[in-house]
Design a protein around this ligand. Structure first.
Ligand code: 4AD
Ligand code: MG
Length: 430
């Protein structure tokens, strides 16, 4: 029976064959322990010379790291294994012998590992992080499906810039100028007027010259947009969504979290509702903690976000930022027009901003005024203005950065390890 490692629990005490790679190996004169992986999981194969005979034993002993093979044996329950099973090997059948695999079990520097990213993703920790990424993607589709959202795909090649013009990737679109999308939001607003509740999930691009552990040049964003939903409704959807992601990973990725040594107790506390503070309160908190470099009207830097997050065990919403440091489309607070109905969701443990979101301006004349104030071209945004012309409604939405969310939930220091092939300031290879 040809099976995958993930399926072994259904075949206890039965003979199975699996296509695998050799991750690592230990052996003596009489017994060899093969660390095997097939992508679906890791299992130890035990080869006993007395049982398999000298020829098969020598074949097993000669296997090199990352060689591919078919292995046949009996599945045994094994309490000592973190996985719960091992394979009593009966035969090994080499497919391809690998020589001098560059990533050996010893320590390697990050640049070397990043140069070998195409191989590094086979390693146990990297594998665990990317499996958690997969679970977050799966749970995202499930959550929005359960809540009546329709997935709509905005374009990647665009003629306009929702989040400001300084960080755009420019390209030619025949005779016109085009930009790689930095957010699908404006298109999602159009989609919300057609489908009510929508979400997008795709790559976004920002030519940010930042070299931090939170910034990628190409990252994936989930952008829900909801008609008839105000600022309050928006925050409630966000906290329910983020709780759902964390609880799904806890439930379905226990082994991966263990591999990564993630402190589960911290994640278990992440259940809606989340604490909320205003921008004003955040500034006061920072001043009380001695951060006198920041004044009302400044945007927060990473150290500020981390300092604020330290006071909370769950992600915290910072709401009502000054209008002048936020995007043109955000609706001002009717009681206080110098701040907008927005929120950033800041992760615990220093992982930074997970979500940016807001209620959108729904009044035609006011939006036009904002476009002018921001020096944005009215022709380019004509279609966006139309949404305020034909049945305008209160609506809100947000964008969650996938890689920062994976970094936080998996407890990975740097976002470069949370995406299979990161695009960084100085890296376009592999
Ligand atoms: O706060 P941002 O810029 O919001 C928007 O783009 C809105 N249009 C979203 C919306 O309302 N539909 O980005 C949203 C999130 C951030 O909170 C962060 O998690 C992530 O995207 N993000 C990045 N992640 C990795 N690398 C970067 N350079 C990122 N820039 C933003
Ligand atoms: Mg933001």
């Amino acid at each position: 029976m040809k099976i995958t490692i993930a399926e072994v629990s259904q075949y206890v005490n039965q003979e199975v064959t699996m296509g695998v790679w050799l991750a690592n190996k230990r052996s003596s004169g009489k017994i060899a322990f093969l660390q095997l992986r097939d992508g679906s999981g890791f299992i130890q194969g035990v080869v006993v010379k007395e049982e398999v005979g000298d020829e098969i034993f020598q074949k097993a002993k000669a296997l090199t790291q990352e060689s591919s093979l078919y292995v046949t044996g009996i599945v045994r329950e094994d309490e000592r294994s973190p996985f719960g099973y091992e394979l009593a090997v009966q035969n090994v059948d080499l497919i391809h012998a690998a020589t001098d695999y560059p990533i050996t079990p010893k320590e390697h520097g990050t640049e070397f590992l990043m140069d070998n990213r195409h191989l590094w993703i086979r390693s146990k920790r990297q594998h665990a992080v990317l499996r958690i990424r997969h679970e977050i993607i799966r749970a995202t589709y499930e959550f929005f499906h359960k809540n009546g959202f329709v997935k709509v795909d905005p374009p990647i090649l665009t003629g306009s810039a929702p989040e400001g013009t300084t960080e755009l990737f420019h390209t030619k679109y025949f005779d016109e100028d085009a930009y790689l999308s930095q957010s699908g939001q404006l298109y999602m607003e159009a989609a919300a007027m057609a489908f009510g509740r929508v979400f997008s999930f795709g790559p976004t691009f920002r030519a940010e010259k930042s070299k931090t552990r939170r910034h990628l040049i190409e990252f994936w964003m989930i952008e829900p947009e909801m008609a008839f939903m105000d600022h309050e409704d928006n925050l409630r959807m966000q906290e329910n969504y983020v709780s759902y992601l964390v609880q799904s990973v806890l439930q379905n990725c226990a082994l991966e979290l263990k591999t990564l040594g993630r402190d589960i107790a911290k994640l278990e506390k992440v259940k809606a509702p989340f604490p909320r503070i205003t921008y004003d309160e955040a500034i006061k908190m920072l001043h009380d903690q001695g951060y006198n470099d920041i004044q009302w009207g400044d945007d927060f830097g990473a150290p500020h976000e981390t300092a604020i997050a330290e006071s909370f065990e769950k992600p915290v919403f910072i709401t009502h930022y000054p209008a002048k440091i936020k995007a043109f489309y955000m609706k001002p607070d009717p009681n206080r027009p110098d701040v907008v109905l927005c929120a950033d969701l800041i992760a615990p443990e220093g992982y930074g901003e997970l979500i940016g979101g807001s209620q959108r301006i729904d009044d035609y004349d006011f939006l036009k005024q904002r476009l002018d104030e921001h020096g944005l071209n009215e022709e380019t945004y004509k279609w966006y203005m139309d949404l305020r012309k034909y049945g305008s409604v209160p609506h809100s939405g947000f964008g969650l950065g996938l890689e920062r969310t994976v970094a936080w939930i998996s407890g990975t220091e740097h976002v470069r390890e949370t995406i299979p092939f990161p695009r960084l300031l100085n890296r376009l290879y592999p």
